[in-house]
Write a protein that binds this ligand. Structure first.
Ligand code: ADP
Ligand code: MG
Length: 706
């Protein structure tokens, strides 16, 4: 077992407050970066390495090039800047033949004191930076430097320089100094390693202690990369151990079994179903039926592209539970969807079983009555929004929780309803690439509905450049044709109203007003829908749209998920580049749900060749959600490379990319599952247990960002 060494002041090395390790001032500055302990500081990894230029004589220094010179300080002076507030420290250095100026800027003389003191006349140091010219002379601005005290220091000078995310008041070099000072005080036993020795040996990875050193002061690039690779393995391993533990714990709790019964509601339902189940629906249903018959709670993720017919699969599971005397709840992400589900279920189940709807907009009296029927067990089928999570909701015989469109809910919510102890079916229409499924839903069994029910119409997609007015006019004419041919058309905008401050984006208010004036659309009713409308207003808008009284619906993405109007054949998405790829796919899934072919027109001002336009082109290239999800992942990884600075923040994954590190994830997953199977509570793996406790397995935020 790994035991952390406890320092004489009572703190284990990594938990030691920075105030004790580095003093008040530095600790206060580091606290701005949320770094409070030695461990925090060590996990603030440099995001890149800078390389010193070739060591060269001052005479060879060229403007615009990286250079490292060894020189002696001959003079230094501090003065206020002329044109703005602040001070400038100029240090002149010479190598006996040539001279070079170094400049440092600071808010006050005090902030520059550190350099002024270290770079006193006579001191020899190596200076690295990019050479610029100023008033005819060459200079280095804020160079990195190392004092040269004796010959052996020259080796140190050859090392790359780690560069940290920094703040104005806390520059990278300052963080570097703090980290180095903390590192020097650490012994190998101070840094417990969540990864077991065999794993390290099998994959030739350094220990965590070695990795910490190599991350913050590598000898060379190779060592730095090896350290990062090791940390990626650790993140994958810890995450997978957390998921394995979650799954193990959930499966340990027994729940009520609901074996298939003859002649019950499910059998009646099947007999009355107006269509044949697809073979995919039958297979998935059989798996679910088998899960429900067990006392081990089902934990299953059903992935099925938009329109693949997940609802009927869920409903069959719910009826199986009802047949066994239990209650079943279906959780929808929005009121519109909850309402629609209730209507669908009522239509399909008819008089077989009553359905209760529980959303936030019930009146107090309605709510009281609904809760009473649910609490008494009289209501077996319950459909609701997050209102189902309220404390006053009791579902005493809950046997199955179905969570629709999972990406709108966090893992925590999923478990909150189910308490982890009832059968749970999670459904998502966002096809999830395999590595991400393993990382985010790694604790669930996965079923996939690949085919769409037969007879589903094709949807063709065209990207329309907003700059081509004639094309955009043609879009509206096309809408008119669709509607006159009996179809319905959605027009999706990123905004509800115009926003004076922000970018000029299409808004529901403007666009609906504009369309009502269009001669190409004369006599066609135009409705609107958005999240600021009450649920009655929304239901009314949906009703006018569905019935054809207002066959053009200008809306925000409230129509995104699950809305099912078979007559809808056209969709125009304005400022389409404002939406994520999976969101666009969801939107497009609202059309082509009947037999008439659909047309989707994505209008955009995105520049030719931009990542935004390439995403839209990918969107137009396929309607296969799984193919799109993979394309999305590739494009995202490119985007992440560009925006690496932001991308790393907010997620607990700093080294691991769920998009790219598939091999690492698979390797770590296998090993972590074995470890948890052998020692479920990780009693002999304290370092791992602590690492698992420290992360929130649910916060892999890929889906949130979708
Ligand atoms: P999603 O998977 O997107 O939730 P739905 O469950 O809303 O899809 O189903 C989409 C449409 O397909 C619905 O109108 C539903 O009635 C219909 N449907 C489902 N299964 C079949 C089937 N086997 N054959 C024909 N139509 C089906
Ligand atoms: Mg659905």
């Amino acid at each position: 077992m790994v035991r952390e060494a406890v320092a004489s002041d009572g703190w284990s090395a990594l938990e030691r407050p920075l105030e004790r390790a580095l003093g008040k001032r530095t600790a206060a500055a580091l606290a701005k970066l949320e770094l409070r302990t030695v461990g925090d500081l060590l996990s603030h990894a440099p995001f890149r390495l800078a390389h010193r230029g070739e060591l060269m004589p001052l005479a060879d220094v060229r403007e615009g090039e990286a250079a490292t010179v060894i020189a002696r300080v001959t003079d230094s002076r501090m003065r206020p800047m002329n044109s703005r507030r602040g001070y400038i420290l100029t240090v002149r250095v010479a190598d006996g033949v040539n001279e070079l100026d170094l400049t440092f800027f600071g808010k006050s003389p005090r902030t520059l004191d550190f350099h002024a003191k270290r770079l006193a006349s006579g001191v020899v140091a190596s200076f690295s930076g990019t050479v610029s010219s100023y008033r005819g002379g060459l200079q280095l601005t804020h160079p990195e430097y190392e004092l040269v005290e004796d010959e052996s220091d020259v080796a140190k000078i050859a090392r790359p320089i780690p560069i940290y995310h920094a703040t104005d008041r806390l520059p990278s070099w300052h963080i570097r100094k703090a980290v180095q000072s903390v590192l020097q005080a650490l012994a190998p036993s101070d840094v417990p390693d969540p990864l077991p020795g065999e794993y390290l040996a099998a994959h030739r990875l350094p220990s965590k202690f070695e990795a910490m050193r190599a991350l913050h002061c590598p000898e060379d690039d190779e060592e730095w990369r090896a350290a990062r690779l090791r940390m990626a393995h650790e993140e994958a391993y810890v995450l997978q151990a957390a998921l394995a533990q979650r799954s193990h714990r959930a499966r340990e709790r027994a729940t009520a079994p609901f074996p298939l019964a003859d002649g019950g509601l499910l059998a009646q339902f099947d007999a009355g179903l107006p269509y044949e189940l697809t073979s995919g629906q039958r297979e998935v249903s059989a798996d679910i039926a088998a899960d429900l018959a067990k006392t081990t709670p089902m934990r299953r993720l059903l992935q099925g592209d938009v329109g693949s017919g997940k609802t009927v699969v869920a409903l069959r599971a719910m009826l199986q539970v009802l047949d066994g005397g239990g209650q079943a709840a279906l959780l929808a992400p929005t009121e519109v969807l909850a309402y629609q589900h209730m209507r669908t279920i009522e239509a399909l189940v008819g008089p077989l079983a009553p359905v209760e709807l529980l959303t936030g907009s019930l009146t107090a009296a309605q709510r009281r009555r609904t809760l009473a029927r649910v609490a008494s067990g009289q209501a077996g089928l319950i459909v609701g929004t997050h209102a189902l999570f309220s404390d006053d909701v009791a579902i005493p015989f809950l046997g199955l929780a179905v969570v629709d469109e999972q990406h709108r809910f966090g893992v925590d919510q999923r478990d909150a309803l189910a308490g982890g102890g009832v059968h749970t079916l999670v459904m998502t229409a966002t096809p999830i690439p395999r590595t991400i499924a393993m990382s985010v839903f790694g604790d669930l069994d996965v079923s996939v509905l690949r085919e769409l029910p037969a007879g589903r119409a094709e949807v063709s997609t065209t990207v329309v450049p907003a700059s081509k007015e004639a094309w955009v006019e043609r879009v509206w004419e096309r809408l008119g044709e669709e509607v006159r041919g009996g179809g319905r058309a959605y027009v999706v905008c990123p905004r509800i109203e115009d926003d004076d401050e922000g970018l000029p984006l299409a808004s529901v208010a403007d666009v609906s007003a504009e369309l009502r004036e269009k001669s190409a659309l004369a006599g066609i009713g135009v409705g609107t829908m958005h999240g600021r409308m009450s649920s009655e207003e929304k239901a009314e808008a949906m009703e006018r749209f569905a019935s054809g009284r207002a066959p053009i619906l200008v809306s925000t993405t409230v129509v995104e998920v699950g809305v099912d109007i078979p007559e809808a054949t056209a969709m125009v998405i304005l400022d389409a580049d404002r939406f994520g790829l999976s969101q666009l796919h969801q939107l497009r899934g609202r059309i082509g749900r009947g037999t008439a072919p659909g047309v989707c027109l994505a209008v955009t001002s995105a520049e030719k060749g931009s990542l935004a336009l390439r995403r839209l082109e990918a969107f137009a290239s396929t309607t296969d959600g799984f193919a799109l999800a993979e394309l999305d992942l590739q494009l995202r990884s490119e985007g992440d490379v560009l925006g690496a600075a932001q991308a790393g923040r907010g997620s607990h994954l700093r080294f691991l990319s769920v998009a790219k590190d598939r091999k690492i994830i698979e390797t770590a997953r296998a090993a972590a599952r074995e470890a948890v199977a052998a020692d479920p509570e990780l009693v002999d793996r304290r370092a791992l247990a602590e690492a698992v406790a420290a992360i929130d397995a649910g916060r892999a935020d890929y889906l949130e960002r979708g």
